[in-house]
Design a protein around this ligand. Structure first.
Ligand code: FAD
Length: 401
């Protein structure tokens, strides 16, 4: 008979005590319940006490989530804010920032977005140009961000900006958490080829922000960014794994259904099914490693492999659909829903055609496939880096278009 570790026993006891105290769940709204869950330290269990956790190991999170789900509790939304921004605030925020931002983020009362990419800075993010100019105890924010997921719904944005153009690019950046309701913030949704408008263009026209909105030290924005990006790559990998599992089920279903088409595509289908099994093991190995430590550069491996293979699987499913695979369900291309709950198209509700189009982004979002290969080559395998001519040059002196 296996004996539960003290950590597992403590997690179980905390959940039981919490549920006993709550009593009848039906008397609470989802937001009220999630607020109480945060207060009980069961939001992000590895965070410190008082900011949604109780200092547990990250590996206890899955158990707590499962126990609460089994008791019929509403889950928090697993979005950018929950998975990437909250861990960044937990590491780099002041106690006052953590106290004011984390609870409404967890309950979903305040939606957050991550404003990093710009028209001239994506893969080479540290070259970005949005300026944060000091002005007494405030900062003046000017410039343009793009591909900003959920910015049209957000109350807050984590914004990476250039605070000093006269030092090399990585050293002149500072991170801010900006209230999206401030004068001078303009958000324009961008429609994607799926028909949805999930991301946006954001302009800052002389937006004045208080220094209390600064996350981390002046000039330390790149360090703060790395915390977010490492969490992003591992979580995008997890999201792609969920999508991958969904594709596996669809492919298996097609195998069972059989039919003339399958004779022609049998090799491809078997190849994809085998690949899915291998990937499931890879994801499990990554998840086991991630539970015991903060995400590192090797999280890029799952992101790389799953992004490419989800595209292949969705292409095969569209091919197997025959002529119908070329038709997009009517109405999608002009779909107007911009609400946060509309973005479930990666998995359960989406047609094969919609998923085929959405998976094109899988090798771009959270860092492109080429950039993942560079990270794995340089930081995991220890291969020589690309030549970098701007490393020691002041940002203002680096030529750009
Ligand atoms: C669905 C979706 C959601 C997104 N959400 C957000 C968000 O919420 N917030 C945010 O800030 N950004 C977001 N992004 C932007 C995303 O992070 C960028 O698109 C991505 O980092 C690539 O940058 P880029 O588009 O500027 O392409 P570029 O960097 O211009 O790259 C163009 C091409 O050049 C290749 N390339 C670039 N550098 C190298 C190199 N050194 N070696 C080899 N090849 C190279 C790339 O792989 C790519 O193929 C989102 C993107 C998508 C698709």
């Amino acid at each position: 008979m296996s004996v539960a570790s003290p950590r597992v026993t403590e997690a179980r006891e905390r959940v039981t005590t919490f549920l006993d105290r709550i009593g009848d769940l039906r008397r609470l709204t989802d937001v009220e319940f999630l607020g109480l869950r945060f207060d009980a330290g069961l939001a992000w269990v590895h965070f410190a006490e008082g900011i949604g956790g109780y200092g547990a190991a990250p590996s206890e999170q899955g158990l707590v989530d499962d126990l609460l789900a089994a008791a019929g509790c509403p889950p928090p939304r697993q979005d950018i804010a929950h998975l990437m921004i909250a861990p960044t605030i937990a590491v780099h925020g002041t106690p006052r920032q953590q106290a004011s931002w984390l609870r409404p983020l967890f309950t979903g009362e305040e939606i957050w977005c991550q404003l990093f990419s710009e028209p001239g800075a994506g893969s080479d993010l540290a070259s970005l140009a949005v300026r944060a100019t000091p002005d007494g105890s405030t900062w003046r924010l000017t410039g343009e961000k793009v591909w900003s997921t959920f910015a049209h719904l957000s109350r807050w944005a984590m914004v990476l900006a250039r605070s000093d153009p006269e030092v090399p690019k990585h050293r002149g950046l500072t991170m801010f958490c900006v209230d999206m309701q401030l004068p001078g913030v303009r958000v324009s949704p961008l429609r994607q080829m799926t028909g949805q408008a999930e991301f946006n263009q954001v302009h800052f026209d002389d937006v004045m922000i208080d220094d209390t909105a600064r996350l981390g030290q002046i000039g330390a924005g790149w360090t703060v960014t790395l915390t977010t990006l490492m969490n992003e790559r591992s979580n995008v990998g997890d999201g792609l794994a969920v999508m991958g599992g969904d594709f596996a089920a669809s492919l298996e279903q097609r195998w069972i259904e059989g039919g003339d088409d399958l004779t022609r595509h049998r090799d491809e289908l078997v190849g994809e099914l085998v690949r899915r099994r291998v990937m499931r093991l890879l994801v499990r190995r990554g998840a086991a490693a991630a539970q015991e430590q903060t995400p590192g550069p090797d999280g890029s491996l799952n992101k790389l492999i799953l992004g490419e293979s989800n595209q292949d699987a969705s292409s095969l499913l569209v091919t197997l659909a025959g002529a119908a695979g070329m038709l997009y369900p009517s109405g999608y291309a002009v779909r107007g829903d911009l609400g946060i709950d509309a973005f479930t198209s990666d998995t359960e509700d989406a047609s094969a055609q919609e998923r085929f189009l959405r998976t094109r982004a899988n090798t771009i979002e959270g860092g492109t496939t080429e950039v993942m290969r560079n990270i794995l080559g340089e930081r995991v395998l220890g291969l020589p880096g690309e030549p970098r001519t701007d490393r020691d040059l002041a940002w203002s002196r680096v030529p750009r278009n």
